[in-house]
Write a protein that binds this ligand. Structure first.
Ligand SMILES: [Zn+2]
Length: 203
């Protein structure tokens, strides 16, 4: 931390050098390494939230019916509040690095309430992002659209990955419009190379 800033924290906010060291250590040793493993976390959270929203009404209606039939005495008001305030999640997406497996990345259903995405941890970050974006495509396909068209599933997962990654690359595009097409094609090729090459891609 800049010395002048540190002095301000100590003099103006009554903190000590130990406080600063403790929080800097927390950030650099625990938070920062964890952040770097949370690939595409905004998109992961948003897809998760959309699925939660989609499931909410159906879930609450089911509980209401169970209660009405006298089969349980669940505190409906508490449950409804927890779901509406997003304290209780009905669907979670969890990312987990693994050593080499059969495929570079894949999704595993956790009961009916979430998906665990596993991916090889020895790949480059850019490659991991592509694989995870593709797996998120599968999740959106199945749990948002309820799509059961097996034939188009892989293509749709990559379409989702392309759109998500292309959007995130906007920063680079705005620097120079003439490269737009090149960047877009590059992202498309990266997705296809990672996810559609026989025996090496993900599922
Ligand atoms: Zn796939």
């Amino acid at each position: 931390m800049d010395k002048a800033v540190a002095e301000k924290f100590c003099d103006d906010l009554g903190l000590s050098k130990e406080h600063i060291a403790k929080y800097e250590k927390l950030y650099s040793e625990d938070i920062l390494p964890a952040i770097s493993r949370h690939y595409l976390s905004h998109i992961v959270t948003t897809v998760e939230e959309l699925i939660n929203e989609k499931r909410k009404q159906e879930f609450l209606a089911q509980i209401k019916e169970i209660n009405a039939n006298g089969k349980s005495e669940i505190d409906y008001a508490l449950l409804e509040k927890s779901v509406n305030k997003k304290i209780l999640r009905l669907f979670s997406i969890i990312l987990k690095p693994v050593g080499n497996g059969k495929v570079k990345a894949r999704s595993h259903l956790i009961g009916g309430y979430g998906v665990l995405i596993t991916y090889w941890d020895n790949l480059e970050e850019g490659q991991i992002r592509i694989l995870i974006a593709h797996e998120l495509g599968h999740i959106a396909n199945r749990h948002l659209f309820g799509n059961k068209e097996a034939a188009s599933e892989e293509g749709l997962a990559s379409l989702f990955a392309y759109i998500a990654l292309q959007d995130r690359s906007d920063f680079y595009k705005s620097k120079s419009k003439q490269f737009t097409r090149e960047f877009d094609l590059q992202i498309y090729n990266d997705v296809v190379n990672m996810c559609h090459k026989k025996n090496t891609g993900n599922r």
